[in-house]
Design a protein around this ligand. Structure first.
Ligand SMILES: [Zn+2]
Length: 84
């Protein structure tokens, strides 16, 4: 009787492990299907390179700029409004 319970528990653990592996695989597959997220862009303020997926996107004067943080985006906005 106890052996049956142990086998059942092991089967449940195995089931969860397989489900987890499938989810991980799906996640990797889904992120791979979205191109451009890993493309590196340069922050015009601090000259740092960031992946598009993690960048702060700001539209200034009809152009799209990528920043590493909100602070850099704000600094760039102030800089461009001062230049005008
Ligand atoms: Zn920056």
């Amino acid at each position: 009787m106890y052996r049956l319970i142990i086998i059942l528990v092991l089967l449940i653990i195995l089931f969860y492990m397989i489900r987890r592996a499938v989810q991980d695989w799906r996640l990797k597959h889904a992120s791979g299907a979205l191109p451009g997220k890993d493309v590196m862009v340069q922050d015009p303020v601090c000259k740092v390179y960031i992946p598009v997926g993690a960048a702060v996107i700001e539209h200034v004067g009809g152009q799209r700029y990528y920043f590493c943080s909100e602070e850099c985006a704000r600094a760039f906005e102030q800089e461009s409004s001062r230049a005008r």
